[in-house]
Design a protein around this ligand. Structure first.
Ligand SMILES: CC(C)(COP(=O)(O)OP(=O)(O)OC[C@H]1O[C@@H](n2cnc3c(N)ncnc32)[C@H](O)[C@@H]1OP(=O)(O)O)[C@@H](O)C(=O)NCCC(=O)NCCS
Length: 149
């Protein structure tokens, strides 16, 4: 298994994995965002990695430099925006290897902290983060109200 930075040739693979992770996402919008990334102008992705085994894609991780992230002690801070491993490949260290690539990228670029978050939609995520050395911060509940005009 190999982890390397995403390349333009990975575009279709990357978007397919994104849609597995975020089934409600719009494919055209995701593709546009990835094109922006490869053009060097993405507001949402600073670095991204793919895990593969003999060219079979196994998973991806993308991070973004955020000016502010809940619980962070530094700013800007690299924040894990997407982390996914294909079901068949889980629990074999692929997720950990992707996270290690993110940590190496962060350290190489002068950052000493990584942040991440999750929701109840991803029940495995808390245990996986904890196993890989993340410490849980505050839990956040969001609210919204539609205002009648
Ligand atoms: C979270 C995810 C990326 C982890 O990938 P992975 O390749 O299985 O991760 P690893 O094999 O490196 O596992 C790392 C550790 O996480 C924990 N872990 C992973 N899956 C787990 C599970 N199903 N139950 C409990 N702990 C689990 C274990 O402690 C594991 O270490 P161990 O196998 O030595 O005990 C993967 O499960 C996934 O894609 N899940 C769906 C999407 C998701 O939740 N993404 C994160 C959103 S924030």
């Amino acid at each position: 298994m190999n982890v390397r930075p995403m390349e333009r040739r990975d575009l279709e693979t990357w978007v397919a994995m994104q849609l597995e992770l975020w089934p409600d996402a719009d494919r055209a919008e995701q593709l546009e965002s990835l094109e922006d990334y490869f053009e060097g102008g993405s507001d949402f992705i600073t670095a991204a990695f793919i895990a593969e085994d003999n060219e079979t894609p196994l998973g991806f991780l993308e991070l973004n430099l955020r000016a502010y992230a809940e619980g962070a002690e530094s700013s800007p801070v690299p924040h894990i925006e997407g982390w996914f491993v294909s079901e068949d490949a889980r629990r074999t260290g692929v997720g950990g290897a992707l996270m290690q690539a993110a940590e190496q990228w962060a350290l190489a670029n002068g950052y000493h902290e990584l942040t991440s978050d999750t929701t109840d939609d991803y029940p495995i995520s808390p245990a996986a983060h904890t196993k890989l050395g993340f410490v849980e911060g505050d839990r956040l509940i969001t609210f919204r109200k539609t205002l009648n005009t």
